[in-house]
Design a protein around this ligand. Structure first.
Ligand code: 9D3
Length: 239
């Protein structure tokens, strides 16, 4: 898979793609990640990437021309109907569909070239959305200063699902959410730390009991922190 990140703040990404699973996946050539400065595609002598909103109001809007030029450079066309098979252009925006694990799963499975557009300021000229964008995604109901942190989150969620990206020591099947519950608590040595004891059941080697305990604790944690995950039927979701 190839992921190209379009941003006006390329330095923001620093070393975030140089650690852990993403680093390993890049080394193994499972994914190629490029961070591209939108300003390189600016058309005027001042290299402008933003301008004042038509209709008035506060803030600035990202201009369409540099983003169209960048997508044309990367995908050969500015018509989303004509993109190569398996190409997606994703706009990270507060107005997007909220990111959920199944979206990351289908992108990991179906896409071989993803272009991420990071918005800044008040937003991006809507013609980008109308013509270039195949998917508009938000990472949740809170306000960020721009799409860059969201691009990092989405990239991480996708890359770790690519075949062979996870080491054998861990598995995407055991993740939180794959059974609809949060994960159970975990403990390691020492068996007693500052007077706090590891639950006896984890020490006795009875794996049927351990599995039962883990499921109970997962349910308890989910009720406390994410009761919404236990509700079913409201909009056809499995809960
Ligand atoms: C006043 C209207 N605001 C929109 C809800 C303005 C605005 C806030 C934040 C415009 C852009 C931004 C920058 N955020 C993103 O680009 C963004 C984002 C987010 O803020 N929350 C969750 N997911 C995302 S993805 C991109």
């Amino acid at each position: 898979m190839r992921i190209d990140v379009l941003t006006i703040f390329p330095e923001f990404f620093g070393q975030v793609f140089d650690f852990g699973i993403i680093r390993r996946a890049r080394k193994a050539d499972i994914v190629q990640i490029n961070v591209i400065d939108i300003r390189e595609f600016a058309v005027d002598k001042h290299k402008m990437t933003d301008d004042r909103p038509f209709g008035g109001g506060d803030g600035m809007v990202m201009k369409p021309e540099p983003i169209f030029a960048a997508v044309k450079h990367l995908l050969g066309t500015t018509d989303r109907e004509g993109y190569p098979e398996g190409s997606r252009v994703i706009l990270l925006s507060p107005q997007g569909k909220p990111l959920k694990q199944p979206m990351a799963e289908s992108l990991a499975e179906d896409a071989d070239h993803i272009v991420l557009i990071c918005g800044r300021y008040e937003g991006v000229d809507e013609r980008v959305n109308e013509t270039l964008v195949t998917d508009e995604i938000s990472i949740g109901d809170y306000v960020l200063s721009g799409g860059e942190p969201a691009a990092i989150v989405l990239t991480d969620a996708i890359v770790r699902l690519l075949p062979d990206a996870l080491g054998s020591e861990t598995s995407a099947e055991n993740d939180s959410f794959s059974n609809g519950l949060l994960d159970c608590p975990h403990y390691t040595r020492p068996a007693e730390f500052m007077g706090m004891k590891v639950p006896e059941v984890l020490l006795n080697g009875n794996h049927a009991e351990i599995d039962k305990w883990r499921h109970e604790k997962a349910l308890e944690k989910t009720k406390k922190n994410r009761p919404d995950l236990l509700k079913i039927g409201e909009d056809g979701e499995s809960g």
